[in-house]
Design a protein around this ligand. Sequence first.
Ligand code: AMP
Ligand code: MN
Ligand code: MN
Ligand code: MN
Length: 283
Amino acid sequence: MRIDLHTHSAVSDGTDRPAELIGRAVAAGLDAVALTDHDTYDGLAEAAAAASRHGLDFLPGMEMSCVHSHAGRWGVSVHLLAYGMDTAAPDLAEELARLRRGRDDRVPRLLSRLAELGLPLTAEEVIAQAGGSPSIGRPHVADAMVARGYVADRTEAFDRYLADNGPAHVDRYACELEKGIALIHRAGGVAVIGHPWGRSSKAVLDPDELARLVREAGLDGFEVDHQDHTGAERAELRRLATTLGVLGTGSSDYHGTGKTDHDLGCNTTEPEVYRRLLAKLPR
Ligand code: AMP
Ligand code: MN
Ligand code: MN
Ligand code: MN
């Protein structure tokens, strides 16, 4: 059984429609998939319907924009995956709406910064690239930069301008990590930190802090096998998940053509871990 629990559709910053993503998952030989678009549930109904047509096991998910402070670092971005949450739970839905407003509010500030750098873009160009997504992200800004010929692809846009420490980076509202875990639990969901040691979040998620989050916030697990983790990091995270008795997942973080080297099923979650995840959900 092949299981991929972290994927994005064009409803956030992926490039496939949700139904198209499900078709590709079937073609890739996957048996179970979670759709985890950033800060929105909008793709879940379409994906669930497509999965049921194909006889694919579908788990509704979401990737929540959080921040965490630890070890002298403040407000560092951490991505929190939610699985099986009640999408009607009001507190979590309201928090997601706040996160999406924070994304909208960021656009004009980010565009001012790009204009100062000699790279003018209009909000309309970014919105056109987002194609109706309720969750406008830096990748859509990157796509608008590509369309103008400023950069060759998303990777160059991030490397030169948009990355967390890049010259065009501007902050946006994000949810405190422990609050995010509590909101997901209150909505009946399972909370798993995505790519804990990818990019910047490693500094605020050392092994002791992950253990504390399990103990004090009830964190359910974290990704082990992810393209942003080295082999040594994967081995250490796997040992840690086993020691702590939490879910150590593996996933592609598929973004369609928006991210190379993240093909569906390039990392998978062990059936035993998936079974334990499902057992945590209310019936
Ligand atoms: P945002 O949530 O709008 O702040 O943008 C973050 C998204 O941009 C992530 O979910 C990734 O899909 C993408 N991303 C972040 N860093 C990079 C990078 N260095 N290269 C390409 N894509 C990236
Ligand atoms: Mn993304
Ligand atoms: Mn992420
Ligand atoms: Mn992701």
